[in-house]
Design a binder for this molecule. Structure first.
Ligand code: PRP
Ligand code: URA
Length: 215
């Protein structure tokens, strides 16, 4: 379902027909915020299966109604961390496949004049460093917000981080490769470039505004 991008070794691109069909709906400017939210959560749910494929498991012994059986369970607690606001709209989709995950929040917005990240909120589980983190934000543009969120998590001792987004710009992928080469970026698309306002082209506009109907 996901293939390693030949130009960006840190990117896994989800080219599954259902993901691409829903992404096309998300790109269309005629899509209203109710449909936008629904589609984004659905894409996240489709991606969740593959995103979780590398999680470590250990063997356990359990009793079925008939006999003793061997099974596998996840070794460590997993935390999903949406970057507010837009990451919230992918969180339920991930949780639908993985309801046991804990959820932490990091609030970051881009300064409109400089496109630099500004952090305004952080609430993360106490023992977040015990397991992997799935960081979620639909848009990877300059990469500033995601790179900053990774730094916050690493300062808390988190060792394994995967970034799940929807659309990534080559510029953002290059920044992540330079600053955080160990973070795999899961994305439905790698777009052409950023424009002069640091928006992704063709992209889908401002994800937060489209999710919450604020513009
Ligand atoms: C958007 C998006 C990312 C960031 C990406 O958030 O959700 O967090 O921009 O841009 P970057 O890669 O250049 O940092 P925004 O600043 O619009 O905040 P919002 O989610 O609250 O609307
Ligand atoms: N943030 C968005 O929501 N969209 C972009 O294209 C770039 C940053």
């Amino acid at each position: 379902m996901a293939t390693r991008d030949p130009r960006h070794s840190n990117a896994l691109v989800y080219d599954h027909p259902l993901v691409q069909h829903k992404l096309t709906g998300l790109r269309a400017k005629a899509t209203n915020h109710a449909d936008f939210r629904r589609l984004l959560n659905e894409v996240a749910g489709l991606m969740a299966y593959e995103v979780c494929s590398g999680l470590p498991t250990r063997e356990v012994s359990i009793e079925t109604p008939v006999a003793t059986a061997k099974g596998r369970v996840l070794v460590t607690p997993v935390t999903i961390v949406p970057i507010l606001r837009a990451g919230l709209a992918m969180t339920d989709g991930l949780l639908s496949l993985f309801p046991e995950a804990r959820v932490g929040h990091i609030g970051i917005y881009r300064d409109e004049a400089t496109a630099k990240p500004v952090t305004y909120y952080s609430k993360l589980p106490d023992e977040i460093a015990l397991g992997p983190v799935i960081l979620v934000d639909p848009m990877l543009a300059t990469g500033g917000s995601a790179a900053h969120a990774v730094e916050i998590l690493q300062q808390l001792g988190v060792k394994t981080i995967q970034l799940v987004c929807l659309v990534a710009a080559p510029e953002g992928l290059a920044v992540m490769q330079r600053l955080h080469p160990d973070v795999m970026v899961h994305t439905a698309a790698i777009d052409e470039r950023l424009n002069e306002k640091c928006y992704i082209v063709p992209g889908l506009g401002d994800a937060g505004d489209r999710i919450f109907g604020t513009h």
